[in-house]
Design a binder for this molecule. Structure first.
Ligand code: SAM
Ligand code: SF4
Length: 342
């Protein structure tokens, strides 16, 4: 097992069988986490990049089985920020010192590409990177968003298991999800994806495929979230994903894609107290504090008891583990440098 970890650290490449072995073996966890921490330090350093998360609409036409925002959930009070509110929130975040704003929402048809483009153009008058997380649209629509100035896009593949994907995403397909990700790459977005860990019926093999897909796509950012059940969804009675397993998927991803940006996800901190710091010491180098106004934040209930952190607590936390906040935009280093040649 030690040999596999060493191989990953030195070559940034593993086959499916090796990844499955690592995921299935409980005895190598500490070694794996420490190695991922070392690789993180070597390739992306000790700085943590903060991304200001703006959850601007909880209206969604999709029905993902795990998500509290799914159209079929009638117990959500829906909201939509006005374009002015979105721009103001972004400007406030920039004034606070954030170098990136992330605009995230359900798939809300009100926000056409043209409408989003206007918002992006307004925000880009301030010197911040703009990341979008608004789901699946056509190549032409992604192009409008890119031309308006959007820099990055987050679209998790969720799972690369074709059957599981189909079961959990009515009316959607894994094929289209992948094609959206390749379109984003083609258009020059810094492209982020990721998966949920602990979905019912998910296997180590399918998680290994997820990790290999991240590598194949050569993603710039990877967000790994343990699945957390929401009572008003079809998976409401299923059990939550395992924190350690999610951490392992994240650590292996760091070994295979050493230059990318990896957030310590909110789902990790929600599931386990101190989960954010643990993730930051096992391969992660990004935190996405929520800057949405509190009244709306409560209503963006993807899963219950979603935690948020205030800025000064976060700074104390980062200091306590010897990490500092980056003053740069934290663009992906994966695009400029090649690790294959090392
Ligand atoms: N609608 C966009 C999309 O699906 O790409 C962006 C917003 S969506 C709420 C952002 C992410 O939340 C999804 O990619 C999914 O992985 C995550 N998510 C949804 N429900 C979740 C749950 N019950 N537990 C953990 N993560 C969840
Ligand atoms: Fe909508 Fe995204 Fe939730 Fe799916 S995961 S229901 S697309 S908000």
């Amino acid at each position: 097992m030690k040999k596999i970890i060493l191989k990953a650290e030195n070559t940034h490449s593993l086959n499916k069988e090796e990844i499955v072995d690592l995921l299935a073996n409980g005895e190598i966890n500490e070694d794996l986490f420490q190695t991922a921490d070392r690789v993180r330090k070597k390739y992306v350093g000790d700085e943590v990049h903060l991304r200001a998360l703006i959850e601007f609409s909880n209206i969604c036409k999709r029905n993902c089985f795990y998500c509290g925002l799914r159209a079929g959930n009638k117990n959500v009070e829906r909201y939509r920020l006005t374009p002015e509110q979105i721009v103001e929130t972004a400007q406030m975040a920039a004034a606070q010192g954030y170098k990136t704003v992330v605009l995230q929402s359900g798939e809300d048809a009100y926000f056409t590409a043209e409408k989003l483009a206007e918002i992006i153009k307004q925000i880009k008058k301030t010197d911040v990177a703009v990341t979008l997380g608004v789901g699946e649209v056509t190549y032409e629509e992604y192009k409008i968003l890119k031309e308006a100035g959007a820099d990055r896009f987050l679209l998790r593949i969720e799972t690369t298991d074709t059957n599981l994907y189909k079961k959990l995403h009515p009316g959607m397909s894994l094929e289209n999800r992948k094609s959206c990700l390749y379109n984003l790459k083609k258009l020059g977005f810094e492209t982020g994806t990721g998966c949920l860990v602990g979905l019912p019926e998910q296997t180590f093999e399918s998680l290994a495929d997820d990790i290999l897909f991240f590598k194949e796509l050569n993603a710039d950012m990877i967000g790994i979230g343990p699945f957390i059940p929401h009572k008003d969804t079809p998976l409401g009675k299923d059990k939550a994903g395992d924190f350690i397993l999610a951490l392992k998927v994240m650590a292996i991803t760091r070994l295979l894609l050493p230059y990318i940006n990896i957030p310590a996800t909110t789902a990790m901190e929600t599931l386990v107290k101190n989960g954010r710091n643990i993730a930051l010491q096992s391969g992660a180098n990004v935190v996405m504090p929520n800057v949405t106004a509190f009244d709306f934040r409560k209503k963006y209930e993807i899963y219950p008891d979603k935690v948020s952190v205030d800025y000064s607590t976060l700074l104390d936390n980062l200091n306590s583990i010897g990490r500092t906040v980056s003053k740069s935009r934290g663009d992906s280093k994966n695009r400029r440098e090649r690790y294959d040649s090392q």
